[in-house]
Design a protein around this ligand. Structure first.
Ligand code: ADP
Ligand code: MG
Length: 346
């Protein structure tokens, strides 16, 4: 750290707060070496993923450190789950401005400890540095999957059914509520939606069980429609979504009953951290059974279709009258135009 910072030295921080999180993973060498060792079990291969979360972009500056840590880990766990992989270990790159206190780091580490216990992963290394900018927490996650079985975005087939886990749009509506854009919303509903924004629930119990069922899979982080488009583009296919089939929480339904245009907030907003996957017709009862035994809702929302010759893959969302909704901005993007939602149907 810089000498002006009120924090102990990086070595003290590592020894005090991070080394304990490596216990139980021999290849981490107690965070006392330059690098760590990790291998996949026989018959499996490593799956790797990194995602950084940035203060002011991915989390609001007043969010408690414990929640920042857990979100940093969980957004990566969500990607791992969508690939059918099981997470094992992670690296943490932490960039801290001088305004950060030791109690912030202690709370951050406590958040990691809590989620390590919940998800069965260990911290095996990283980097700690100072910055003149906002807090950045970058997690690189390592998981494993049976060799050659990783669930890809690009393997959807025409006629596949499109499924989503959980409910869609809660986090985006939670963010709208926190900005005062949903006046009149019941307090319990507002709390539910905001919690969905602050702390994603990655579908780690489900992801590996999609192997052998799903053809293609993606985690929904940019928004349902944007991520479905990502899957379609790599698969070279199009999709039709029935808006009325999209699974919504009671809180989201209450918002939309009051202001129908927020259906578009729900299906284009980001931060769901649910899994969108495709599967061929005929697997409905196995998927229903998976939903029952994992206690995770899985809902069919539409169908993959062939793309017309000479056309780019299209994602069409139909309302209850079978009319296509016009969606200008399909989801979150970091650079370029800010997300903007316009529709002719509402
Ligand atoms: P180097 O001098 O080689 O860059 P460091 O002094 O940065 O190594 O780190 C020493 C050890 O502590 C390494 O094992 C590194 O992986 C680990 N480490 C540093 N920062 C973190 C962190 N934020 N989380 C977990 N491990 C860390
Ligand atoms: Mg070194």
């Amino acid at each position: 750290m810089t000498p002006e910072s009120g924090l102990p030295s990086e070595f003290e921080l590592i020894a005090r707060y991070f080394a304990p999180l490596s216990r139980g993973f021999p290849g981490a060498y107690g965070l006392l070496d330059d690098a760590a060792v990790i291998s996949a079990a026989a018959g499996s291969e490593l799956v790797v993923k990194t995602d950084a979360i940035v203060e002011g972009v991915d989390f609001l500056p007043d969010v408690p450190a414990e929640l920042v840590a857990r979100k940093a880990l969980r957004v990566n766990l969500s990607d791992m789950a969508a690939k059918g992989a099981t997470a094992r270990a992670y690296l943490l790159d932490l960039l801290l401005p001088s305004s950060v206190t030791e109690s912030w780091v202690a709370s951050f580490a406590a958040g990691l400890a809590r989620d390590q216990a919940e998800y069965g992963v260990h911290l095996i290394g990283g980097d700690t540095s100072s910055t003149a900018g906002p807090i950045v927490a970058a997690v690189s996650l390592f998981g494993e999957v049976p060799i050659g079985r990783i669930l890809r975005r690009g393997a959807a087939r025409a006629e596949d059914t499109i499924y989503v886990t959980g409910t869609i749009g809660d986090a985006a509506l939670g963010l709208a509520a926190s900005r005062g854009q949903l006046p009149g919303l019941d307090a319990a509903h507002a709390t539910y939606l905001l919690d969905r924004h602050r702390l994603p629930q990655p579908r780690t119990a489900l992801g590996p069980r999609l192997l052998g069922l799903a053809t293609a899979s993606i985690d929904i982080s940019d928004g349902l429609i944007a991520d479905l488009r990502h899957l379609c583009e790599v698969s070279g296919l199009s999709a039709i979504v029935q808006a009325r089939s999209v699974a919504l929480s009671a809180a989201a339904r209450a918002v939309i009953a009051d202001q129908p245009r927020h259906l578009l907030t729900a299906i284009t907003g980001g931060d769901d951290y649910e899994i969108l996957f495709t599967a061929p017709p005929g697997l409905e009862s196995r998927i229903a059974e998976l939903s029952r035994s994992s206690q995770i809702p899985i809902t069919a929302i539409g169908q993959v279709t062939a793309t017309a010759p000479q056309e780019r893959p299209q994602v069409t969302v139909l309302d209850e009258h079978g009319r296509a909704l016009a969606i200008v901005a399909e989801g979150w993007t970091h650079f370029g135009r800010r997300p903007r939602i316009e529709t002719t149907a509402y």
